[in-house]
Design a protein around this ligand. Structure first.
Ligand SMILES: *[C@@H]1O[C@H](CO)[C@@H](O)[C@H](O)[C@H]1NC(C)=O
Length: 481
């Protein structure tokens, strides 16, 4: 680990993963304050305000349009990363943050809630692009031994900035009627820092050689990142990797759908993305304050609980970086899904009895915390990188693009549907997630192979031969033969 590499990692995540996490969390605490602004604006214009249902719809749209932008950004990743570059793509992406920041900052002054909605869409594009570009850049500048750890910094900064957005969103900080535009517009600050310091860092060496065919530029970037002149070994490794890519037959989008050894891992990748979003995590993160209030906590205790939740999310993400290499992906995922299934049932039971006493109210808060523990221990991080483990270089980009887009689509559906469904079904809404979790659990047990400590060839062999994911023992026999 060199100083230059650390500097580059910080520069890469400070404005990218930050925007992803901050804008997911920022709508949580100041919901009532901004809903009031929306209704008052509408009243001033028309002489009639919104009904509760209309207001809920406008607010749900404000929260969830972020994910529509995210989908668009995720789809654009493939083109921008190849044509513009990894680092340049991230730098160019700053323009969306500047636009969104201006829209947010002046929305109150202009008496226009449409500007908030537009800003959420634009900053969503930023986050979608970042979620593809930044992990790619991080993996490509890392030496092999640090690849997992540095790649995980993306997810870590996402959880940290969710927490930061919730602290800043407190009524006593920026989440009041006067200052909420600042809370939203402040996203421009880390992006300005990123523009300043990431410009000093080199473009990804792999990209420089593979797409720009710039041998000297690649060597120069490596020398700077590793802070040594002796980069011949790594240059050779990159060159042979590129030769392998050029030798392999180009995989088309159609191949992914028709060739069984590609279709199976694609379905697994997609279902794992679906299970991450339809576990109910976005419902819990976006509306935790409302859940805590309906559990009978007063407002300040509800906000404090939301912050504790963010803290648990950060700590468990750090812990999961170690767990995922020891326990294995498949095991961790099954434990997580099973845990969430039980917790969603218990949450429903507790919320049914909150009126009968403090015990059930506090239990439901504890259960929300446990939800985060089980989610962050594996379900939060594994789907992002398992796609890369299931596919080789030739199909990885396309498979990633498809699965990441599916992830954003699911996030959109969940955030849009949760509040109306919650109004309709009240706390029984969590039983919908229970049902989905059971389906994902069965799918994982039957189809998802363990990928820990196995090469791409070994993993792909399981898709070519076996109908079901073979147990660990049978793959050992396979390799012994
Ligand atoms: C919106 O504002 C109007 C006028 O002040 C009020 O009558 C109405 O109840 C408000 N709607 C909601 C959902 O609070």
């Amino acid at each position: 680990m060199t100083r230059h590499l650390l500097f580059t990692v910080v520069a890469a995540v400070i404005g990218s993963a930050f925007q992803h996490g901050y804008n997911v969390g920022v709508t949580n605490a100041p919901q009532t304050v901004i809903e009031k602004f929306i209704n008052e604006t509408q009243y001033d214009r028309n002489g009639v305000g919104f009904t509760q249902d209309e207001l809920t719809l406008v607010w749900s749209l404000t929260v969830s349009i972020f994910s529509i932008g995210g989908m668009l950004g995720a789809l654009l990743t493939a083109v921008i990363s190849e044509k513009v570059g990894r680092k340049k793509g991230i730098l160019m992406n700053s323009s969306t943050v500047i636009t969104a920041s201006i829209l947010f900052g002046f929305s109150k002054m202009a008496k226009s809630y449409e500007m908030i909605i537009a800003g959420r869409f634009v900053v969503g594009i930023n986050a979608g692009l970042n979620s593809g570009l930044a992990p790619m850049y991080l993996t490509e500048i890392s030496p092999v031994a640090l690849r997992g750890a540095l790649g995980s910094t993306y997810q870590l900064v996402v959880t940290m900035s969710i927490l930061l957005s919730q602290v800043l969103g407190l009524p006593a900080v920026l989440g009041d009627e006067e200052l909420w535009p600042v809370l939203f517009a402040i996203i421009i600050a880390p992006t300005m820092i990123q523009l300043l310091i990431l410009s000093w860092c080199p473009e990804s060496p792999k990209y420089t050689l593979l797409r720009k065919k710039d041998d000297a530029g690649c060597r120069k970037a490596l020398k700077w990142l590793r802070q040594t002149d002796d980069v011949n070994a790594e240059m050779e490794a990159i060159k042979s990797e590129i030769e392998a890519i050029n030798r392999a037959a180009k995989t088309t989008c159609k191949d992914l759908l028709v060739k069984s050894h590609l279709r199976k891992p694609l379905i697994i990748s997609i279902v794992m993305m679906l299970s991450q979003q339809f576990s109910g995590i976005n419902a819990v993160i976006s509306y935790s304050t409302a859940i805590f209030s309906s559990a009978g906590l007063n407002k300040s205790m509800a906000l404090a609980s939301t912050l504790i939740m963010g803290g648990i999310n950060v700590l468990m993400t750090i812990l999961s970086m170690a767990l995922v290499e020891r326990a294995g992906r498949r095991t961790l995922y099954i434990i997580g899904l099973a845990g969430l299934t039980v917790i969603t049932i218990l949450i429903t039971v507790c919320l049914s009895f909150t009126k009968t006493g403090a015990f059930f109210a506090y239990s439901s808060v504890v259960l929300v915390f446990l939800f985060i523990v089980f989610f962050a221990s594996g379900i939060g991080s594994i789907p992002w990188f398992i796609v890369s483990e299931l596919f080789d270089q030739s199909a990885r980009g396309m498979a990633t693009s498809i699965s990441v887009t599916i992830n954003w689509v699911s996030a959109f559906i969940v955030t849009l549907m949760f509040l109306p469904l919650n109004n309709l079904l009240s706390h029984f809404v969590f039983l919908i997630f229970t049902g989905l979790l059971v389906i994902f659990l069965i799918f994982t047990i039957v189809y998802v192979p363990e990928t820990k400590n196995r090469t791409i060839e070994e993993i792909q062999a399981t898709f070519a031969t076996a109908r079901r994911a073979p147990s660990y023992r049978s793959t050992q026999q396979l390799t012994e033969n």
